[in-house]
Write a new protein. Structure first.
Lengths: 117, 114
């Protein structure tokens, strides 16, 4: 079964508008972490934001915020005031606490965001 | 700090050839892993290591070998390259500990097997 689901293969957004990238996850752990990474066309993986399962407030990092709905097991990324440089592939990932020994990240299939001028 | 260094950045192999993708990190991270990235499939774990001398298989280990003789280095060996191994390969490293420890990725190796 897919642990991380990103249902939007591609998204378009107008420059300066906000956009939400969806992510749902599946885990039976109580302790886990959720991450979003950005992969621009140059190929590198850039860490954007983290949300812990016990965090009561939604994480924010500059123009990025994470809409964390624990009961629904969703961790959507919100990008405010989109910029042309935000055009990239975005991956949602999860790290499960009980797998400390292996510490494997599980990634979703990604969403390609295109920002239109 | 250099972070995670992967070499080479690009490689073309003929079917049946073998090669080693190099990965080195200078952050004293215990955990290192190799992923492959294919269109529409995200990143899939090939092999990982939680310390020198300890390795284990991930989701897609067939056709690949790893070893971890030092904390810094985690090479990935393709034993007999196949066209199905055409992919972009990422090495990542991280610290043991709570779930808020993220991973640092190398810049990737684009491998084509013809």
């Amino acid at each position: 079964a897919q642990k991380i689901t990103q249902t939007q293969p591609g998204m378009f957004v107008q420059e300066k508008e906000a956009v939400t990238l969806d992510c749902t996850y599946d885990t039976s752990d109580q302790s886990y972490g959720l991450f979003w990474y950005k992969q621009p066309s140059s190929g590198e993986m850039i860490f954007l934001i983290y949300q812990g399962s016990y965090d009561e407030q939604n994480a924010t990092e500059g123009r990025y915020s994470l809409n964390f709905q624990k009961a629904r097991k969703s961790a959507n990324l919100v990008i405010s005031a989109s910029q042309l440089g935000d055009s990239a592939m975005y991956f949602c990932a999860m790290r499960e606490g009980r797998k400390n020994y292996g510490q494997n990240f599980v990634f979703g299939p990604g969403t390609r965001l295109s920002v239109l001028p | 700090n250099a972070g995670v260094t992967q070499t080479p950045k690009f490689q073309v192999l003929k079917t049946g050839q073998s090669m080693t993708l190099q990965c080195a990190q200078d952050m004293n991270h215990e955990y290192m892993s190799w992923y492959r990235q294919d269109p529409g499939m995200g990143l899939r774990l090939i092999h990982y290591s939680v310390g020198a001398g300890i390795t284990d298989q991930g989701e897609v280990p067939n056709g690949y070998n790893v070893s971890r003789s030092t904390t810094e280095d985690f090479p990935l060996r393709l034993l007999s390259a196949a066209p199905s191994q055409t992919s972009v390969y990422f090495c990542a490293s991280g610290r043991q500990g709570p779930t808020n420890y993220g991973y640092t990725f190398g810049s990737g190796t684009r491998l084509t097997v013809v």
